[in-house]
Design a protein around this ligand. Structure first.
Ligand code: ATP
Ligand code: MG
Ligand code: FE
Length: 341
């Protein structure tokens, strides 16, 4: 069984093939980062047009990488939502058209389910049930995962997502887009002389998050440092980056600990772009050691958007007979994870 996966929800075109007996046999990715960098954020219309240009060449490259022909493909999985409507429509239209041309079933996948299942592509794969911390550019949530398709959201951000807070703070600091990884890099050079940043919403019960205040706090600290005449790339900036990162990571770890206690889960799965953050990994490893549990991550290239996670989620759905019905092209720009079945 071989599943072709197509990801096009935002600014990455990802195509991969998952083979039941061998795992991922093709992994093709085109990032539009340079295209949008000029504008400091994703321009939806430009994103759609670039997916149009890149998807078919990447599918051809994936087939050749996996040394297989269209007739060897069992089913085609594609990201059906949530995401940018135009971008989603490109992937869905190509997937459905190939489905008709090749006479293969198609499977619409929830993008966040793709992120959540990505750690299962690793050798030491988590078993159900587990607690998941999903930290990406658009979402921050704690999900109690009982089984495939049984997702209970027990906490989420009431404003900015963690990745969004990283990106916005990085932008204020004058770093390039997307600034999250650059801010994390800068934080490595920081020392602990910067004022302690708040840990939002940790002083009251509950599992929700709020990150937009941290961005404002950082903006004020940057303004204060600039008054001292320091360059944004100087030591003061690195210290602010470090204090900001520590606040985000600490907040995430505090809420994970609470959620683990509440649910009694022993396995923690961390997924989405921010799961690439080394400080977060370090701190959650400590937490799980302390709690006698285990933490699971996707490898670096499967943290941010990619086709492998869609191909794998497609494989899981195919095995549970969750195929598209009919040829209608449907995408869901807003689609709560709890409604993914
Ligand atoms: P969603 O999946 O919610 O629709 P998305 O697909 O845009 O959002 P991802 O591709 O999962 O998000 O992740 C991208 C985000 O991850 C960006 O905000 C980026 O800054 C952040 N990110 C990536 N690497 C790091 C890192 N090392 N430290 C902090 N943030 C990071
Ligand atoms: Mg992206
Ligand atoms: Fe994503």
């Amino acid at each position: 069984m071989q599943i072709l996966g197509i990801e096009s929800s935002c600014d990455e075109t990802g195509v991969a093939i998952y083979r039941e007996s061998a795992g991922i046999t093709a992994h093709q990715l085109y990032s539009q980062v340079k295209l949008h960098g000029e504008y400091g954020g994703v321009v939806p219309e430009l994103a759609s047009r670039d997916h149009v240009r890149k998807t078919i060449p990447l599918i051809k490259a994936a087939l050749s990488e996996a040394k297989c022909q269209p007739q060897d493909i069992t089913a085609i999985a594609y990201t059906q939502g949530p995401g940018l409507i135009g971008a989603l429509l490109v992937g869905a239209t190509i997937a459905k058209s190939l489905g008709v041309a090749w006479n293969k079933p198609t499977i619409g996948i929830h993008h966040l389910e793709g992120h959540l299942l990505a750690p299962m592509l690793e050798e030491n794969a988590p078993e159900y049930p587990f607690l998941a911390l999903l930290v990406s550019g658009g979402h921050t949530m704690l999900v109690d995962v009982q089984a495939l398709g049984a997702y209970q959201i027990i906490g989420e951000s009431i404003d900015d997502a963690a990745g969004e807070a990283f990106d916005k703070t990085a932008k204020i600091m004058g770093l390039d887009y997307p600034g999250g990884p650059l801010l994390a890099k800068l934080a490595e050079q920081g020392d602990d002389s910067e004022k302690r940043f708040p840990r939002p919403m940790t002083d009251r019960p509950g599992l929700d998050f709020s990150f937009s205040g941290l961005k404002t706090f950082a903006a004020n600290r940057i303004a204060a440092a600039n008054v001292d005449g320091q360059e944004p790339s100087g030591q003061a900036s690195a210290n602010i980056a470090r204090a900001f990162q520590e606040a985000v990571v600490d907040t995430l770890a505090i809420k994970c600990k609470r959620a683990l206690k509440q649910t009694g889960r022993k396995r923690l799965v961390v997924a989405g772009g921010v799961s690439a953050n080394l400080k977060l990994r370090e701190q959650l490893a400590e937490l799980m050691a302390q709690m006698g549990g285990e933490v699971f991550y996707p490898r670096h290239e499967y943290c941010t958007d990619n086709g492998a996670m869609i191909a794998y989620a497609g494989y899981c759905q195919y095995k549970s007979d969750k195929l598209d019905v009919g040829h209608e092209i449907k995408v869901y720009p807003r689609w709560p994870l709890s409604e993914a079945v």
